[in-house]
Design a binder for this molecule. Structure first.
Ligand code: SAH
Length: 381
């Protein structure tokens, strides 16, 4: 892995190996699960049965796995489905259409996931690391630093768990089936590359091997780790790439997205266009609108020139408040002018909704603090 002058990209390479969780079936592909079951002295087809409960039926309670012999049910489920995510709290807003789940992992680390129900789809936003080492100054997760990478199964289990919440009918006015997954929770997914790619493979494999989502409905968001973007393009996956750009010029981006000190705007955009060419997927350019920092008309024009004619779409994100931040969101008229200039340059542009703000579940607000137990907005304990 790469090492940065300012930021440690790979927590595994810091000498102290963080304690990873127990192995879970979602860490393995189907042949791997069959080999594990065989090691337990059970027939290989049991791997498919347990996988079908977990990915196909979204069931994890051994008592409900009545097609398994009662004598081996606990042992099989205990080995293949150890508990990875202990729910600490679930909070809801938007009449239950947005839900934030806080989990405690086996080593005490805290991570969060967010479920968002829309009339036509259900999206979950999942975390790939406990904390984040990228140090973007406007992001709450970036302020806390990196604790460790999540395992493949810890990543997948967030989506499977919340798919179960959607299937229970808890998200009124939305379809019961999880359809979209965005890697926009805590962490930098491409800094945990192998586990994230394995997690994507589980999410898209048809049941019982995986959750059976469409590749096109999965989005990986990155600060712009250029070698990893190029590597992702070479996988036979065509997931959507989102690039957190936030500034069109190196001087400002060096500050807002410190990894820019290593890979400059032109390099990261080149990698993004190569990704678009290889996969045929339009790249999503993420740009948080920060008052008097990156929202000037000239920056809109410069961004427009960089993106014109490319397979790109701009997602402007009104800056979400984070504790202690010295920055504010751009005023609406400034935002509208920014949109107008980008569109005049021929660049497709939308402004993202600020779902989950009241529960600190919106972009950049995930910090996994557990000091809000008395918060009246907590839906469950
Ligand atoms: N590390 C990856 C994945 C996190 S995605 C990445 O940065 O792309 C979270 C998105 O929310 C990123 O685009 C991030 O830049 C953006 N974001 C972070 N803090 C924000 C804030 N306070 N307001 C709005 N967007 C924010």
């Amino acid at each position: 892995m790469t090492s940065l002058p300012l930021i440690s990209v790979d927590p595994d390479a810091r000498g102290r190996r963080p304690a990873m969780p127990p192995r879970h079936l979602a860490d393995l592909d189907l042949p791997g699960r069959q080999a594990l079951v065989a090691e337990l002295g059970e027939p290989a087809f049991r791997a498919k049965q347990v996988s079908n409960h977990y990915f196909g039926r979204l069931v994890r309670d051994p008592a409900q796995m009545t097609d398994l012999p009662a004598a081996t049910r606990e042992r099989l489920a205990g080995t293949l489905l150890p508990t990875l995510l202990n729910p600490v709290r679930e909070m809801a807003c938007d009449d239950g259409a947005t839900r934030k789940a806080l989990w405690r992992l086996h080593d005490g680390s805290l991570v969060e996931s967010v479920l968002m129900g829309y009339p036509d789809r259900v999206t979950v936003c999942i975390s790939s690391q406990a904390g984040c080492g990228m140090a973007c100054p406007f992001c709450a997760t970036g302020q806390a630093g990196l604790t460790r990478n999540l395992s493949t199964a810890e990543i997948v289990d967030q989506a499977v768990y919340l798919a179960g919440v959607a299937a229970s009918g808890a998200v009124a006015g939305s379809p019961p089936r999880l359809s979209h997954v965005v890697f926009m929770g805590m962490g930098e997914p491409l800094a945990n590359y192998a586990r994230v790619v394995a997690a994507i493979r589980r999410l898209v494999a048809p049941a019982p091997e995986g959750l059976g989502l469409s590749q096109r409905h999965i989005t990986v968001s990155t600060v712009g780790l250029v070698p990893a973007i190029r590597r992702l393009a070479s996988e036979d996956l065509s997931v959507t790439l989102a690039l957190s750009l936030h500034a069109p010029d190196d001087e400002l981006r060096d500050e807002l997205v410190p990894v820019n000190q290593r890979w400059k705007v032109s390099e990261v955009l080149d990698a993004a266009w190569d990704y678009a060419d290889t996969t045929g997927r339009r790249v999503s350019i993420e740009y948080a609108m920060i008052k008097d920092v990156n929202d000037q008309p000239w920056r809109a024009d410069l961004l427009g020139r960089l993106l014109a004619g490319k397979l790109a779409h701009v997602n402007l994100i009104p800056l979400n408040p984070t504790p202690g931040s010295r920055w504010d969101a751009s005023p609406k008229p400034v935002e509208r002018e920014f949109v107008r200039r980008l569109r005049d340059a021929g660049v497709s542009t939308t402004v993202r909704d600020t779902r989950g703000r009241e529960i600190d579940g919106a972009c950049g607000q995930l910090a996994a603090a557990e000091d809000r137990d008395s918060d009246p907005r907590a839906a469950t304990a």
